[in-house]
Design a protein around this ligand. Structure first.
Ligand SMILES: NC(=O)c1ccc[n+]([C@@H]2O[C@H](COP(=O)([O-])OP(=O)(O)OC[C@H]3O[C@@H](n4cnc5c(N)ncnc54)[C@H](OP(=O)(O)O)[C@@H]3O)[C@@H](O)[C@H]2O)c1
Length: 286
């Protein structure tokens, strides 16, 4: 069952979230590429991006192009790296986010993402967010066509509830491989979706797993139990957070964002951090 989860190579691991390298506050390209290379050096094999990770209106796909450039310029083997992108969410350039889940848009957007990523077929394409103006089944129908046409190799969804997960999996003929929802110590409302994914053997990718770009640094100050257990292990509260998320189910793959090599180097150590059953229970209740 777990073999459906993005290939067994990513199970029990963390991915890299690309958003902080392309939106407000982003670093220069050299630091971003150093961050992506640090992730690859540390063994990360999943990088999450979206066509909407950009700042100005005219630079759709900024993050996808950055990742493609970093992979092309990496000295080591990248054949096992899965780049997961998304479509259906837009940034007009004024800091707001809008939706477009129309089938024709999604089909064009996926092809444009493939071009920017420099691939014939996208490894994992995720429908970014339900569009209230478009029936969910119509948007997922476009994702199914992209799969059938070979434009994308695997299909995922994001910001979906349990009913949408089941509907999407149904429309995709049982080929849904991942769900990406917000989940962190501060945002636990998607626990039901996480547990549903565990039942189905579908990957669950917590987004903003450290509470989001603006809150990640202060995580230990806001969540005392995470800070206490981190101190006991001599590691960062961020590492404990990621280890806790990984411990919730084997299908969980957190995708912490980073814009500095040191962040991702610290985060990957969560994979080797074992929390006791008592610690996990305490964190889950805190
Ligand atoms: N599907 C969706 O709707 C959706 C929405 C939001 C995000 N996402 C995805 O989820 C990813 C993660 O979310 P996010 O970037 O918003 O928030 P996040 O992962 O909760 O926080 C990101 C911030 O955490 C910091 N950080 C990372 N590892 C750290 C560590 N070990 N110690 C201390 N600080 C650490 C980074 O700081 P530095 O910048 O200083 O390195 C980064 O800016 C995004 O990058 C994106 O790929 C998806």
């Amino acid at each position: 069952m777990i073999q459906r989860v993005l290939g067994s190579r990513t199970v029990g691991a963390i991915g890299l979230g690309g958003m902080p390298m392309s939106i407000e506050g982003r670093p220069d390209a050299d630091r971003s590429i150093a961050t992506i290379h640090a992730a690859l050096d540390a063994g990360v094999t999943l990088i999450d991006t979206a066509d909407a990770y950009h700042l100005h209106a005219g630079e759709v796909g900024h993050n996808e192009e950055l990742i493609a450039r970093a992979l092309a310029g990496y000295g080591g083997d990248t054949s096992e790296v899965l780049v997961a992108t998304k479509g259906g969410h837009l940034r007009p350039g004024d800091g707001t986010w809008t939706q477009n889940g129309r089938p024709d848009h999604l089909k064009e957007a996926a092809k444009a993402s493939a071009r920017r990523l420099g691939v014939e077929a996208i490894g994992l394409y995720q429908f970014h967010r339900p569009d209230p103006d478009v029936p969910y089944a119509d948007s997922i129908g476009a994702i199914r066509e992209l799969l059938d046409e070979g434009v994308i190799l695997q299909a995922g969804i994001s910001n979906a509830d349990v009913a949408q997960i089941d509907l999407a999996n149904d429309i995709l003929g049982g080929r849904l491989v991942s769900v990406q929802n917000q989940f962190s110590p501060a945002h636990r409302s998607s626990l039901a979706e996480l547990e549903h994914c565990a039942t189905l053997g579908i990957a669950f990718l917590p987004w903003s797993p450290l509470g989001g770009i603006r809150n990640a640094a202060a995580l230990g100050g806001r969540h005392a139990a995470f800070a206490r257990i981190a101190a006991a292990h001599g590691v960062s509260p961020q590492q404990v957070t990621l280890a806790w998320e990984l411990a919730l189910a084997p299908i969980v793959i957190p995708i912490p964002g980073a814009s500095r090599p040191a962040s991702v180097q610290d985060s990957v150590k969560a994979v080797g951090l074992t929390l006791s059953a008592d610690e996990i229970a305490l964190l889950s209740q805190s």
